[in-house]
Design a protein around this ligand. Structure first.
Ligand SMILES: [Zn+2]
Length: 263
């Protein structure tokens, strides 16, 4: 009698594990195959776009802008094929939001997922009333895919566990390089806004878009390491200088720059 009871429990447990594994596998299958949840698929060169509505006429222009930013990155790979999943009616972005939480966008494996409300003409995407520059977001998320393409699953975050400033600073560096390349000006913007506490958690740009302060700080440090210290991104990932020490070095540099421009 007791033996039968234990066998039953074991059988039920096994069934439960099989069901959970099946569901997790099913979910991964959908996440890796967005085509299952989209009505339309359009290809431009190395980009495959998954969408439900007709593509906006400004779409290609924004894509070209982001591509021009990417081409300057040391991680750029002309043969790398990317997929872009739009937030225009498919359940796919909602599904990912349920897994990872709210975000303007996501970049993983070879996929860029837009999760906010996009305005292709005015070049921004909106989430909870905050705007993020759209072509820069496309570039930022694509850099995450390039990181994965270059370093592989185990040497990329979250597996590799690199500090946020190193993992998020680089996509911001690539995305903002063209419009905002003056590091002194960018540090001054941060100091000014922190004094007035405009948004608290975010820093605003002149085009009325924002980036979270954590990303902004990461971007400044990345630009300091790559442009002033002349490190490569690959070497920076291996370097052991702490965020705090890098920040101290950068601020020391900032003060000397300020003095020399004031003289
Ligand atoms: Zn990111």
């Amino acid at each position: 009698m007791k033996k039968d009871h234990n066998q039953n429990i074991r059988r039920i447990g096994l069934k439960l594990i099989t069901t959970v594994l099946f569901l997790v596998g099913f979910l991964i299958g959908i996440v890796l195959n967005p085509t299952l949840l989209y009505a339309k698929k359009t290809t431009f060169g190395n980009y495959t776009i998954f969408h439900n509505s007709q593509l906006d006429k400004n779409f290609i222009y924004r894509l070209e802008q982001s591509k021009a930013l990417l081409q300057k990155s040391e991680l750029y790979d002309a043969n790398f094929k990317l997929e872009i999943c739009l937030n225009d009616g498919s359940l796919y972005p909602k599904l990912l939001e349920n897994i990872v939480g709210q975000a303007f966008g996501l970049g993983f494996y070879n996929k860029i997922v837009l999760m906010g409300k996009v305005n292709w003409k005015d070049n921004f995407t909106e989430l909870n009333g905050y705007k993020f520059n759209l072509s820069q977001l496309l570039a930022h998320e694509a850099v995450h895919c390039l990181q994965f393409n270059k370093f592989g699953l185990w040497k990329s975050n979250p597996m590799a566990n690199y500090p946020t400033w190193k993992w998020e600073g680089y996509p911001e560096y690539v995305a903002r390089r063209k419009t905002d390349s003056n590091l002194q000006k960018s540090i001054t913007r941060k100091i000014n806004q922190e004094n007035f506490q405009e948004n608290g958690w975010a820093i605003s740009f002149e085009d009325r878009t924002i980036t979270p302060s954590v990303y902004y700080d990461a971007w400044l440090l990345m630009q300091y390491c790559l442009d002033v210290k002349k490190m490569t991104y690959k070497n920076l990932l291996k370097d052991t200088t702490s965020q705090q020490n890098t920040n101290a070095q950068m601020m020391k540099w900032f003060v000397t720059q300020k003095i020399s421009t004031e003289e």
